[in-house]
Design a binder for this molecule. Structure first.
Ligand code: 5FX
Length: 529
């Protein structure tokens, strides 16, 4: 670990496929990284891509104990690598959004009195009334969504309160399903955590609160008053307010590190914990999003984020409380078929090689001779659709494309969708627009070139990491203890040399894509429900 300064700030990220940690020093340099990959490192849980897909293809869950075991392993690896726990001033973290954990009565006592001689997984294995946590990929709660919308007067009315119409993966609807299908378990549940506040609870040694930004992804919180909305709570399940606990700001200092972590690993007793938040809000913090920027995260899910000052929620996309400025908001669009689809098609067409994938992009012309494809291997969120669709230049449906056509149709289709839906939210590219690309696929310049051409804007990446969520939570760890009362988030973390220009748009493609966006929009309307 190379750092001259003595203070360290930790960010943890419990995402779909891995648990990761980043340590920054007080110059904001990344000085340590470690991760646990669920499929590879914890095969005993039988996950594929970090999750368990059920036979109905709608339910998607993760054994809660996997996440606890992953945390044990991450800490063990950090210790083995000589990580200097005693230098950590504060820590925060982030988690995949919407997923939920159901703690059994009396679990908090256990959390407070953990034995430092034993692992967390040994001690917490009987703490969950529901063994399998529903996660963001789940789309099994359409019935519960209808009930929730009806309880407040419709989809737009729900969006006016919570920032989103009812979505299957949003936690309120998942909680309602658990209450209806498993009322005994619900009864025995003392606290419901989000994935983020769950990981925070493991660090804090007690139930950690849910923050405003991640709380915005539940269909239960009023995004304007930042309080639980009683009508929504009551429409989902009884006694929910008590089970959810309090809501706090995303940079709130929530307490000190648990005695367990301090004794077992050597964190200082004074180490502060700052509220954990969702992975998308944390990414916004990690890229230091400005009002004129568009952030596109290319991960297991692809997401698109914008800064909003005066949100007017609609039934398309989501409005969340902004994690770095509580008086502001962020718009989020989530595309479920992101990296996993890119990888599946790469494996099928390009013998699992990114080089071959890029070669195909180079071999095919921008605009793909009018061919358009949509690849919704899993039920898509934006738009609500499933299946694979290929159209030729005359909008006639086809069964197959050539290899090069297929690769270009995939990448163009994914970015055309992003532009169509960003414009539907009212976003327009200006001279000032920067696209900030993050997530695993942002390493791939050939993919970024298509993004840049379709949006007619330069694409920037962040120096040093593609994991802006984890970095953002390390920033929030620092901000929560030293920044917020004196200076704004950007004053502390915005540095122009943080960004690297990755690609510039090719002006010759502008007309091609302006026309194609219009066609894509109509074709997408045809295939979605
Ligand atoms: C956002 O609404 C999502 O559902 C996903 O981006 C998850 O947060 C992925 F972790």
């Amino acid at each position: 670990m190379e750092s001259k300064s003595s203070s360290l700030f930790l960010g943890l990220d419990l995402s779909t496929q891995q648990l990761k940690v980043i340590a920054i020093d007080d110059n904001l340099s990344i000085v340590f990284e470690e991760s646990v990959i669920f499929d590879k490192d914890l095969p005993q849980f039988h996950t594929q891509d970090g999750v368990c897909r059920h036979k109905d293809m709608l339910c998607v869950t993760v054994p809660t104990l996997l996440w606890v075991t992953a945390f044990d392993l991450l800490l063990k690896r950090m210790k083995e690598k000589g990580f200097e726990f005693d230098r950590v001033v504060s820590l925060s973290g982030t988690g995949q959004q919407h997923g939920s954990v159901y703690w059994k009565s009396e679990s908090e006592k256990l959390l407070k009195n953990l034995d430092p001689e034993k692992s967390l997984s040994d001690q917490l294995k009987d703490c969950f009334v529901v063994d399998d946590s529903p996660i963001w990929m789940d789309s099994s709660t359409t019935e519960q969504c209808k009930t929730l919308e009806e309880s407040v007067g419709g989809a737009q009315a729900l969006a006016n309160i919570t920032g989103s119409k009812a979505y299957e993966r949003f936690t309120g609807n998942q909680i309602a399903k658990i209450f209806q299908h498993n009322p005994k378990a619900y009864d025995k549940c003392e606290r419901i955590s989000l994935v983020s506040s769950f990981l925070a609870s493991l660090c804090y040694g007690g139930y950690a609160p849910i923050d405003y930004s991640d709380g915005s992804g539940m269909n239960l919180m009023n995004i304007f008053t930042k309080t639980w909305e009683l009508v929504c709570l009551n429409a989902c399940a009884p006694d929910l307010k008590e089970k959810l606990g309090e809501l706090v700001s995303s940079s709130k200092h929530i307490g000190k590190i648990s005695r367990y972590l301090s004794q077992r690993y050597g964190f200082p007793k004074s180490c502060d914990i700052v509220a954990f938040t969702g992975d998308n809000p944390a990414s916004l913090a990690g890229v230091c999003l400005k009002k004129t920027d568009l952030c596109i995260s290319l991960g297991t899910s692809d997401t698109l984020m914008l800064w909003l000052d005066n949100p007017k929620p609609t039934t398309k996309g989501h409005v969340f409380v902004n994690p770095i400025d509580e008086s502001a908001y962020m718009a989020l669009l989530c595309f479920k078929n992101g990296s996993l689809v890119r990888e599946t098609i790469r494996n099928r067409c390009c013998e699992s090689s990114w080089e071959e994938f890029e070669e195909s992009l180079r071999n095919s012309p921008p605009g793909n001779n009018g061919n358009i494809g949509m690849y919704f291997h899993e039920t898509e969120i934006t738009p609500f659709a499933q299946g694979t669709y290929r159209f030729n230049n005359d909008d006639v449906a086809l069964q197959f494309f050539t290899k090069d056509e297929e690769i270009r149709a995939l990448v163009e289709g994914q970015f055309l969708a992003k532009r169509v839906h960003a414009e539907a939210l009212g976003f327009h590219i200006t001279e000032e627009t920067r696209i900030l690309a993050t997530g695993g696929a942002s390493k791939n310049k050939a993919i970024l070139q298509v993004l840049s051409d379709i949006f007619h804007a330069p694409v920037f990446i962040i120096h040093g990491t593609t994991n802006s969520a984890c970095l953002g939570s390390a920033y929030l760890a620092l901000y929560g203890v030293c920044g917020q009362s004196k200076v704004g988030f950007h004053d502390l973390f915005y540095k122009s040399d943080k960004y690297e220009m990755a690609v510039l748009p090719n002006v010759k493609t502008r007309d091609i894509y302006d026309k194609m966006v219009k066609r894509y929009k109509l074709l997408e309307e045809k295939v979605s429900n």
